[in-house]
Design a protein around this ligand. Structure first.
Ligand code: MN
Length: 207
């Protein structure tokens, strides 16, 4: 059985930036529905024994498994999105991440502008990611719908934001740019991104 992972914070912990109502619906209904659908689609098959990332990669290579891919990727993407959020988060990162952002984006202000423009510019549903490429360079990329960098494993995600309307419509209606400002200034979990960067840097150094 694939499980709905617990939220890494209380449902009211992101108020006033993300309301209890948004989390109740986004986590309790949307995210849960993806988990339930993956269990329904894999029940009684060998796929049920795979770990989630292996399942996503297998489904991504099989054009007959698009529904399974979409739902499994959405389970993983949401787990990663919740961890990308923190009460009292946002603002400029420090440490190694600040150095890499300086090197690869020419400073935090450029990073912030590019991230926001990329997220706002994603037409329709999807995500905006900060990833570390195989060359060790940090990049910002948007993906559509359930698409996820882990499907091919080339770029390693450090951080994401969900730009599906269900992520922000109750709190910000059509104002995606305001949701992005709030994400960047109040919600980004830099400690999570930094831990992800440290892990990928270690793996790349060992390779
Ligand atoms: Mn979502």
């Amino acid at each position: 059985m694939f499980k709905l992972a617990p939220l890494p914070f209380a449902k009211d912990a992101l108020e006033p930036h993300v309301s209890v109502e948004t989390l109740a619906c986004h986590y309790g209904k949307h995210h849960k529905a993806y988990v339930d659908k993956v269990n329904e689609l894999t029940k009684g098959t060998d796929l049920a024994d795979l770990d989630l990332v292996a399942l996503i990669r297998k489904a991504a290579r099989d054009t007959t498994q698009k529904t399974l891919f979409n739902n499994a990727a959405q389970v993983w993407n949401h787990d990663f999105y919740w961890q990308s959020l923190a009460p009292d988060g946002g603002g400029e990162p420090g440490g190694a991440l600040a150095e890499r952002i300086e090197r690869d984006f020419g400073g935090y202000d450029n990073f912030r502008k590019t991230f926001s423009e990329t997220a706002v510019g994603q037409f329709g549903s999807g995500y905006c990611w900060l990833v570390c490429g195989a060359d060790g360079k940090l990049k910002i990329q948007a993906t559509a719908n359930a698409e996820t960098p882990i499907a091919d494993g080339k770029d390693v995600p450090l951080l994401t934001t969900d730009v599906w309307e269900h992520a922000y419509y109750l709190d910000y209606q059509n104002r995606r740019a305001d949701y992005l400002d709030t994400f960047l200034d109040h919600l980004v979990n830099w400690a999570f991104a930094e831990a992800n960067l440290a892990a990928v840097t270690r793996r790349q150094a060992a390779a």
